[in-house]
Design a protein around this ligand. Structure first.
Ligand SMILES: *Cc1c(COP(=O)(O)O)cnc(C)c1O
Length: 371
């Protein structure tokens, strides 16, 4: 029998062998402001109630029709447009993977593979899932002030004829919402090339607008558009529940590549429970938006720092020596995300998740000392 190293080299894809695994930073004992999590937990009384509900589930059975109840509840919650359908994913991450899988046609006679296109810097899973499923990824740089470069997007779409165009609305890690007329231009350009557009509204609870109203009001212009959301930033990052709405015929095809039991009975029941108590999460989102306003104002009083506006539960800043500042914050038990190496436009940028009032105070005090 050949040694394991030989088997790995022979049998595992070479691009996988040279890949870095996704690492989750260890956050034990830290003020955790690195992953856009909602800092609030469930109130004690709801914890008890949820525990009882989960304890009664038939864990011995495969998930049943309960996911249909959840699909209906989410469609009501989002006020889904007519003639649309909704599918569920184990987080939006799974939906992004399934989209790539559904579009992963073989290369054409010229060796050209289907393309996933998105503005960069943006959410890394768009490119990661595309490359893993054998699609190419084309990133179109934002302008230096992190606006959508509409002309460059239109040009790239015409040139690459992408299978999928992602528009994170608001974007991660810049926390920006694209200008509405720019969105319309890009969506129209994608219609010309027969591309699917995915509007990713992961940060919808904190955003000043959603694109869903345009989809509802002008269905003909949006027959190639999917709207993706998640309960992660809403307050259930640990539950893993993403959802995607779109024209029924389009959703029906993508849903075919979904593993049949991708939503566990626990995920499903937790999500239903949360929607029954949506007002609790709405209050938390309001508190986070208020905290965001305070945090941005306070950050702007610090020396040598650029602070961008935010429509999400994160704030992007630029300062000198971002890596050193990141390390010094870590030494003070404050964990944020250093995004400065992600893209040249993010040079010396750090991404801060908006925490509780107390956590933000600690972050500000630490930054003040460091700067
Ligand atoms: C956090 C995030 C998601 C959410 O992913 P989940 O798998 O649902 O946790 C999706 N899109 C963007 C842009 C994000 O930042």
């Amino acid at each position: 029998m050949p040694p394991l190293q030989t088997i790995l080299k022979q049998r595992i894809r070479s691009d996988v062998l040279s890949m870095q695994a996704y690492t989750v930073q260890d956050a034990t004992g830290m003020v955790k402001l690195d992953a856009m999590e909602n800092p609030y937990t469930l109130p004690e009384a709801l914890q008890q109630k949820l525990g009882q509900r989960l304890g009664q589930l038939a864990l011995n059975r495969y998930p049943d029709g309960r996911t249909h109840d959840l699909r209906r509840a989410l469609a009501d919650y989002a006020n889904m447009p007519v003639d649309h359908d909704i599918m569920l994913g184990n987080g939006s991450d799974e939906l992004i993977s399934l989209l790539s899988l559904a579009c992963a046609q073989p290369a054409d006679a010229d060796g050209k593979r289907p393309v996933v296109l998105a503005p960069v810097p943006g959410f890394v899973m768009y490119s990661v899932s595309a490359l893993l499923q054998g699609l190419d990824f084309v990133g179109v740089p934002l302008t230096p002030d992190f606006a959508l470069d509409v002309a460059a997007m239109e040009k790239a779409i015409a040139q690459h004829q992408p299978a999928i165009v992602y528009l994170a609305y608001p974007n991660n890690p810049t926390a920006t919402l694209w200008d509405e007329s720019g969105m319309a231009s890009v969506i129209n350009a994608a219609a010309q090339t027969g591309s699917i557009v995915v509007i990713d509204e992961a940060y919808q609870p904190f955003a000043s607008r959603s694109y869903i109203d345009h989809i509802r009001n002008q269905p003909e212009q949006h027959s190639h558009v999917l709207l993706m959301r998640t309960l992660s930033k809403f307050g259930l990052a640990g539950v893993r529940l993403g959802y995607m709405m779109g024209p029924s015929a389009l959703i029906a095809e993508i849903d075919k590549v979904r593993p049949p039991y991708n939503i566990s009975v626990l995920n499903c029941e937790c999500a239903l429970f949360a929607l029954e108590h949506a007002e609790v999460f709405a209050q938390q989102a309001t508190a986070i938006r208020t905290e965001r306003t305070h945090l941005i104002a306070a950050l702007r009083t610090l020396p040598g720092i650029t602070v961008w506006n935010s429509d999400a539960n994160m704030v992007l800043i630029r300062l000198d020596q971002a890596q050193a500042v990141f390390e010094k914050l870590k030494a003070k038990s404050i964990l944020i995300k250093n995004v400065s190496k992600m893209h040249i436009l993010l040079d010396n940028c750090l991404r801060l998740t908006v925490g509780t009032a107390e956590e933000n105070k600690q972050l500000l005090a630490a930054l003040q000392e460091i700067l």
